[in-house]
Design a protein around this ligand. Structure first.
Ligand code: BEZ
Length: 247
């Protein structure tokens, strides 16, 4: 998914910043065993562990896991697929921030995480929900189509009702769910382009290097009226937040 941990941390720190709030919802307790699903470079894993929880971080990207191990050698990080994993020991909680919208089919992740929760264990997650980055997606897809590219979306952005139903089908009781906008400032004049390069690589990988500059400029022009004001790019994020329990 992401293979450049330094760049991810330097330019996309807002992903972790927004997740800090979700750690408060998780309310990790000393001695709890907690899985951070899609842990990236491990910043939130470290916050979860700060008060004494035992944290295991899992991420598909070996580069991200290596960076997490370098920064937080006392914590445990493993490379693994959020749609196909298991652990021998149960967890008290599974936490996931800004990762599950990359996992298809979504049921696979829910089945795996439900199976690794112990009785009464909780699932606390935030992912992109319906409408997420809709303006950016529209702008990019239109500009790609105008140049003869028709890639598949790598993302899953469900509505609240759809996701709550999947969580229930995985055997968890949904205690809380919320779908809300979070317009997110992107750093600097190149903020949108940085976002596209970091996160939309799967959509643009067929585009030859010679066309990329002109493509990104065209996307910026298309979405500027909606997403750029007062000298700041803002991504039109919509979040889906869920808290659910294993009975
Ligand atoms: C998100 O966090 O909503 C997101 C991140 C990267 C690509 C698409 C969505």
């Amino acid at each position: 998914m992401f293979q450049d941990p330094k760049r991810y941390q330097a330019k996309h720190y807002y992903v972790t910043a927004a997740g800090a709030d979700l750690v408060e919802v998780l309310d990790p307790q000393a001695g709890e065993r907690i899985l951070d699903l899609g842990c990236g470079t491990g910043q939130l894993s470290a916050q979860i562990a700060a008060d004494g929880a035992e944290v295991v971080g899992i991420d598909l990207s070996a580069e991200m896991v290596e960076a997490a191990r370098d920064q937080f050698p006392a914590l445990s990080f493993v490379v693994g697929d959020a749609g196909d994993f298991s652990f021998a020991e149960p967890f008290d909680a599974v936490f996931s921030n800004a990762a599950l919208h990359w996992v298809k089919p979504p049921e696979a992740a829910l089945v795996c995480l439900a199976a690794c929760l112990g009785p009464g264990g909780r699932f606390v997650a935030e992912l992109g929900g319906a409408r997420n980055v809709a303006t950016i997606r529209r702008g990019l897809i239109d500009q790609l189509a105008a140049r003869g590219f028709y890639p598949q979306s790598p993302w899953y952005f469900p509505s609240l009702g759809e996701y709550a139903q999947l969580v229930e089908q995985a055997g968890l009781r949904v205690a809380y769910a919320s779908h809300f906008p979070r317009p997110t400032p992107l750093a600097g004049e190149s903020g949108l382009r940085d976002w596209l390069e970091m996160f939309a690589g799967v959509l643009t990988e067929g585009v030859p290097p010679s066309m990329r500059e002109e493509l990104f400029a065209a996307v910026e022009d298309a979405v500027r009226p909606a997403l750029y004001s007062d000298g700041v790019w803002r991504a039109d994020y919509w979040r889906l937040r869920v808290v659910a329990y294993k009975e």
